[in-house]
Design a protein. Structure first.
Length: 280
């Protein structure tokens, strides 16, 4: 059965690959991006099957207007894919205030704005799926990605809460956590002047690994796009879906380490309870 998808950030990467795959399969796509002309070739090929609008997710009023228009003109929308993203690749002291704000505005507040605007329509509709594109760095952390992690860990916490709240309305939400893939996202990473104090440490090591290719891009972007389609078709609604061996291992290592540290503090954690609750 054909579906209608609403996807942000369709100019490149997963967003564009997913859009092409869905159109070829006969689905309808509401594609949003900051430069709509990028999709002129697809519009010429697929006509009314592809609905395109300019959208910068850092503009909340525009988010509401575009999502309202998509539902008004297309009727039912089955899947919302929150894919638009921006990252700055710097040590924690190196980035400018403007860069930090853009990371948070795009990846955290922008994603929240899309979900909230869509829920106004999905809730009375009585069904729908939200795929929040995160990253392995939504649960694990790497030097030079501190601000990206701040936004992605934040959106994962928001989505975990939202998933519980919206489940009674027949709306499913999955956080998708891809590993490294050659999508061009890495080449688009913003940077800042390097501080030698950080270049001699883990931040510099990560920079050099990416520059010399020893930080591998293991995963096939087409396979990741296909996995998203398969997820929706299966009707399974996992809260999180890691994609890629690097994502799986990085997240597992992070969770195991956090759990071990957490358990090591059990005695201290229990020691601060009020006396009247101590023996309950």
């Amino acid at each position: 059965m054909t579906k209608t998808w609403f996807i942000t950030g369709t100019s490149s990467g997963f967003g564009l690959l997913l859009t092409r795959r869905l159109l070829a399969a006969g689905d309808r796509v509401a594609a949003t991006l900051r430069r709509p002309e990028v999709l002129d070739d697809l519009r010429a090929e697929y006509g009314d099957q592809l609905w395109v609008r300019r959208l910068d997710v850092t503009e909340p009023d525009s988010v509401r207007e575009v999502i309202d228009a998509a539902f008004a003109e297309l009727g039912t929308i089955d899947v919302i894919v929150n894919n638009a993203g921006y990252a700055v690749f710097t040590a924690v002291e190196e980035a400018s205030d403007e860069q930090i704000r853009k990371v948070v505005d795009t990846n955290l507040i922008g994603s929240i704005s899309v979900i909230r605007a869509a829920l106004k329509h999905l809730r009375p509709q009585g069904h729908g799926r939200i795929l929040q594109i995160s990253t392995a760095g939504g649960q694990a952390a790497f030097p030079n990605f501190g601000f990206y992690h701040a936004a992605k860990w934040g959106i994962e916490g928001f989505c975990e809460t939202a998933a519980r709240e919206i489940a009674p309305f027949g709306i499913g939400l999955t956080i998708v956590e891809p590993g490294a893939a050659p999508t061009g996202f890495g080449a688009a990473l913003d940077t800042a002047p390097i501080m030698p104090e950080y270049d001699a440490g883990p931040a510099g090591d990560t920079r050099r690994a990416i520059a010399d290719g020893s930080f591998p891009l293991l995963n096939d972007p087409e396979k990741i796009a296909a996995a998203l389609v398969t997820l929706v078709e299966s009707e399974a609604v996992p809260l999180r879906l890691p994609l890629g061996p690097d994502a799986y291992e990085a997240i597992r290592t992070s969770l195991s380490s956090r759990l071990a540290e957490h358990d090591s503090h059990r005695e201290t954690a229990l020691s601060v309870v009020l006396d009247e609750f101590a023996n309950r």
